[in-house]
Design a binder for this molecule. Structure first.
Ligand code: G
Ligand code: G
Ligand code: NA
Ligand code: MN
Length: 255
């Protein structure tokens, strides 16, 4: 049987769900948000990472079904954390370029937020830097502006690898740059790497954008990022992505 048929069945059965990875504010040390990352909880194969099924869904034009599931599970998790007094300011969901070209995107997200009775400020949207590098005008820009007007925070993912121009950064209403893992790795041990990172953080600062470092794997990387003025940190060194109940336990212990 084909991978696609299997993925579709898994989606329908609820086997594909978000896990959540926390982001910490470097100045307060508190949780500033969580990123929702798709996981296929396969009955035989265990946890299947998104790289193994995203392509199949994209090729068959079904990424919108994934984001529907991701959005619904993420907002459900947020309501659950709220109900038990765990402060998670925001959950961020990844949207692919395909979805960012959907004319119904903003309406769909607004409808889900209303249905869950959550303000748009509780939802973050992660878009790849390549998305704004490719299409500075048209429906993608309209959607990003629309989401921003709605009150969602827009994060530019994998920043530094996607060749977005400074002009595009200004034209699109993005709020935060997620600095790609490749700029963060070994930053505590490599002077050249540190200069690159400082340059990216300087650029973000001048443009009035907040920064999130991805792939923070050690205490010394975390400390250096804080020292260099990076606003938020995310990575295995803080916590791995985890299911909602584990995230709750982690957040409680961390508070
Ligand atoms: O979680 P992991 O490191 O395996 O994720 C690998 C890639 O898959 C990352 O680039 C991440 O942005 C992407 N990804 C994870 N979940 C989703 C999702 O729900 N939708 C989309 N479009 N991409 C996702
Ligand atoms: O492209 P995106 O930023 O969405 O990718 C997020 C992916 O990166 C997640 O799937 C997550 O599993 C992975 N990830 C998160 N933190 C770390 C880390 O500290 N090191 C590495 N190697 N991968 C990480
Ligand atoms: Na992401
Ligand atoms: Mn990224």
């Amino acid at each position: 049987k084909s991978l696609l048929a299997e993925v579709e069945r898994a989606l329908a059965k609820g086997q594909i769900q978000p896990w959540f990875q926390p982001q910490l504010c470097t100045s307060t040390g508190r949780i500033s948000g969580v990123e929702a990352l798709a996981r296929w909880l396969h009955p035989e194969r265990g946890i299947v990472p998104p790289m193994e099924f995203l392509n199949a869904l994209e090729e068959s034009g079904q990424l919108d079904r994934l984001s529907e599931v991701m959005l619904q599970h993420s907002l459900t998790a947020l309501r659950g954390w709220d109900a038990t007094g765990i402060e998670i300011p925001r959950v961020s969901v990844n949207f692919s370029d395909v979805e960012l070209r959907s004319p119904q995107l903003v309406e769909r997200i607004k409808w889900e937020l209303d249905r869950f009775n959550l303000p748009a400020s509780r939802l973050g949207v992660e878009v790849l830097e390549t998305v704004i590098a490719e299409s500075p005008e048209g429906v993608v820009a309209k959607n990003i502006t629309g989401l921003s007007r709605l009150g969602c925070q827009v994060d530019l993912d994998d920043f530094g690898t996607g060749h977005a121009s400074i002009t595009a950064l200004r034209r699109f209403t993005v709020h935060r740059l997620k600095i790609d893992r490749s700029f963060v790795t070994r930053v505590d041990r490599d002077e050249e790497q540190r200069r690159m990172l400082a340059a990216v953080l300087g650029l973000a600062d001048r443009l009035g954008l907040e920064t999130v470092a991805e792939g923070v794997e050690s205490v010394s990387e975390h400390a250096l990022l804080a020292q260099l003025g990076c606003d938020h940190v995310q990575g295995f060194g803080i916590a791995r992505p985890m299911p909602p109940d584990q995230l709750a336990t982690w957040a409680r212990a961390h508070a």
